[in-house]
Design a protein around this ligand. Structure first.
Ligand SMILES: Cc1cc2nc3c(=O)[nH]c(=O)nc-3n(C[C@H](O)[C@H](O)[C@H](O)COP(=O)(O)OP(=O)(O)OC[C@H]3O[C@@H](n4cnc5c(N)ncnc54)[C@H](O)[C@@H]3O)c2cc1C
Length: 465
């Protein structure tokens, strides 16, 4: 009888979970090691005073097919919902709320009506924005030259002034790229707008986690890995990866794990350290990808102050707000609003008190009801290295899953998936790494798990729990 091929996956975020499941499906004996005591990596929940908070508000789009298929595999569809049609309430202090909503027309006409009626830009600005969107849709997103300039430079050349950038383009760029248009690579910017908004009408419908991230990712992932026969070891830190003959040794607290193939699915700065001796020519470049922070403010009011489940802000420091009262099990009568701040470099340096002083009045400007309300909790979660920094030049630093050493593969949202650092990018990277490892082991690659799309679509249309 031949011995099952041994695969060690380092890192239990979405990339590692995906890669481990796929290798196990192909018949490999898989061990996944994760330094933390939970799975899910950058997407996690924590408990305080009887409530469950998510570290950040994770949204996805209908076009995130790999992430949605993983949710299907883990049985988590009931914890998410997708809007029937893209719809973003936009609030501006002193102005009436506006609904940015797609129509039923095919792309790109599906957004024409919303843009034509958008009151935060003048008529001339709206016309110019429509022309710029058309030109952006025509860019060749495979052209590496686009990674030499920022999206902001390109927009400015296409007659988009600061007002149009902040009231329109950054509404999409900030949450998807985790950088403003002024700093983000045009290559990734063009990819996001083309894939999410301009290629097909329903691609950009927004998906929300109506459950907590623990309920949706971490807990079901543990069940799925166990069912697949993966030996998942939590609280296990990989200290080095070395060669031993044709095999590898992953050294950790309890000695080494011997593997025929290793998939390293940790953030880029960690991967660069872990693999500097095995891949000295390529690993140093990864650290140069840098990082961009995300901050979430968790504000629990003693009453209901906001009627929207989700909204975007314009003309205010408030970027996006999510009503998380039900998912977090906020006390009866209270409303818990999570304020998500992408590319929050300035806020990273602010104290909790300074954040309170800046953001509570800003929320009161948006929601009159917040003025007389008492804030029963105000928490801040800071993710210093939430994503890699998708600035010009980043594309060349993102490695492919396959390395120069057969059997050693890379996964993670930072690798060369073509996507910005997202849930979808992480899952796609896991598939690519499993593919590379299985190829090296000459194991047959299993079919991508079919998501039960009809059941998913039905559950996805159930209104927010
Ligand atoms: C606040 C926040 C909000 C976000 N919002 C969104 C959003 O709205 N939409 C979206 O699509 N994406 C969003 N993202 C990005 C998304 O969460 C990430 O791109 C994705 O989860 C990354 O997954 P990953 O598996 O590549 O990496 P990670 O999740 O970082 O997983 C890597 C894992 O490796 C482990 N590890 C590290 N070193 C070792 C070691 N030596 N040994 C063992 N284990 C190790 C880590 O503990 C971690 O669990 C957000 C991220 C943050 C932080």
């Amino acid at each position: 009888m031949t011995r099952a091929r041994r695969v060690v996956v380092v890192g239990g975020g979405l990339a590692g979970i995906t890669a481990a499941l796929e290798c196990a499906d192909a018949g490999a004996a898989v061990t996944l090691v994760e330094v933390r005591r939970r799975l899910g990596g950058a997407a996690y929940s924590f408990e305080r005073e009887g409530m469950t908070f998510d570290n950040g508000q994770h949204v996805f789009l209908r076009c995130c097919t790999a992430y949605r298929a993983l949710l299907g595999r883990m049985g988590s569809e009931r914890h998410v919902r997708i809007q029937p049609r893209l719809e973003i309430p936009v609030l501006k202090p002193g102005a009436r709320p506006v609904l940015l909503r797609r129509s039923r027309l095919p792309a790109p006409l599906h957004l024409a009506g919303a843009l034509a009626r958008y009151p935060h830009l003048s008529l001339a600005q709206r016309l110019r924005a429509g022309l710029a969107a058309r030109a952006l849709g025509n860019l060749d997103a495979g052209d590496g030259a686009l990674d030499q300039v920022t999206l902001g430079e390109w927009l400015s050349r296409h007659r988009q002034g600061p007002e149009a950038v902040s009231a329109l383009w950054d509404l999409i760029a900030l949450p998807t790229l985790n950088l403003p248009a002024a700093s983000a690579s045009l290559l990734l910017g063009a990819f996001v707008f083309q894939t999410g908004l301009l290629s097909s009408a329903d691609a950009g419908d927004i998906g929300f986690h109506s459950g907590t991230l623990a309920e949706t990712i971490s807990e079901p992932a543990a069940g799925a890995l166990e069912q697949a026969g993966v030996d998942a070891r939590l609280g296990w830190r990989a200290e080095s990866v070395q060669r031993q003959g044709s095999a590898f040794v992953v050294a950790g607290p309890e000695g080494g794990l011997i593997a025929d193939a290793v998939i390293v699915a940790v953030p880029h700065a960690r991967a660069a350290v872990l693999l500097q001796s095995l891949l000295p020519a390529s690993a140093p470049a990864w650290a140069g990808l840098g990082s961009s922070p995300i901050i979430n403010l968790h504000v629990v009011y003693d009453r209901r102050v906001c009627e929207h489940a989700f909204l975007a802000g314009v003309g205010t420091p408030v970027q996006y707000v999510f009503d998380r009262s039900r998912a977090a099990r906020a006390p009866v009568g209270c409303q818990y609003l999570a304020v998500s701040l992408s590319a929050a470099e300035r806020e990273m340096a602010m104290s909790v008190q300074a954040l309170r002083e800046r953001y509570l009045p800003a929320l009161e400007e948006l929601f009159g009801g917040a003025r007389g309300a008492r804030v029963v909790q105000f928490r801040v979660t800071r993710e210093h290295a939430a994503t890699f920094r998708p600035s010009p030049g980043s594309a060349a630093r993102r490695p492919t899953a396959r390395t120069s050493l057969p059997g050693l593969a890379l996964a993670g949202a930072w690798t060369d998936t073509g996507w910005p650092a997202t849930l979808e990018g992480a899952v796609r990277s896991g598939h690519a790494a499993a593919n590379a490892a299985l190829h090296a082991l000459e194991l047959e690659h299993p079919e991508a798990p079919a998501s039960d799309s009809a059941a998913f679509a039905a559950s996805a249309r159930v209104p927010s729990a």
